[in-house]
Design a protein around this ligand. Sequence first.
Ligand code: NAP
Length: 246
Amino acid sequence: MLEGKTAVVTGASRGIGRAVALELAEQGAQVIINYNGSLESAEQVKSEIEAKGGKAEAVQCNVADFEQCSDFISKVIKDFGKIDILVNNAGITRDGLLMKMSEKDFDDVIAINLKGTFNTMRAAARQMIRQRSGRIINMSSVVGICGNAGQVNYAASKAGVIGMTKSAAKELASRGVTINAVAPGFVETEMTAALSDKVKEEAVKQIPMGRFGKPEDIAKTVAFLASEEAGYITGQVIQADGGMAI
Ligand code: NAP
């Protein structure tokens, strides 16, 4: 249970981030719902949490912007006094084959998925070191482990997240801060809704459990890593993928 904890979830207006925000609030944490463009959806998540008696704030910040992330985390610390849990979930795809991928599509994915994770971790780590406690959970993907045709940008960003997670975990372990990554497989969100039925049919064949993940499946994994019980786990990548990448 997470009573009294302050949790920041990036990209929590929709999909997996939304489910993570709801789960952490359900377990008693006060949750800062970060979003970039979807104010209305973020406010809805806040209302859902408040309707169940929880506490939440929706805060706009483009995670790709270093200064904005620094100001965002400073504001959280000013308003809430501490930051116990940081979930770096914000992410995008800009799929295309290597030979056709534009420089912009490569740069945008790296800027949000990889540098965005660095930006918020960099800002929150100072406070967590001061507190001598903290939990950081970074959203990777099985694509960062196995690769995927049409996703060189995305795979690079998610593999980068794993390297960053392991390195930062080594740096901060002695300060009471754990840093882990979650690698989901194929999860039913707007990100995957755009794929054709044919691609989805092929994808489900690769999953031994025979179904796509739900955002709640990932949220439970994140909540475990954020819990006291996970206190001796750091630098790990937990695959929540129905066996897709065994
Ligand atoms: P989604 O439904 O498309 O939601 C993406 C979220 O990220 C939104 O809340 C969006 O906020 C936010 N976001 C995007 N750009 C942002 C930025 N620059 N600054 C702040 N927030 C930003 O995606 P999802 O499927 O839930 O994916 C969530 C995470 O899980 C991503 O890191 C993704 O790579 C990873 N993942 C997903 C799957 C899957 O199958 N769905 C599998 C493996 C890993 P706005 O709406 O406000 O822009």
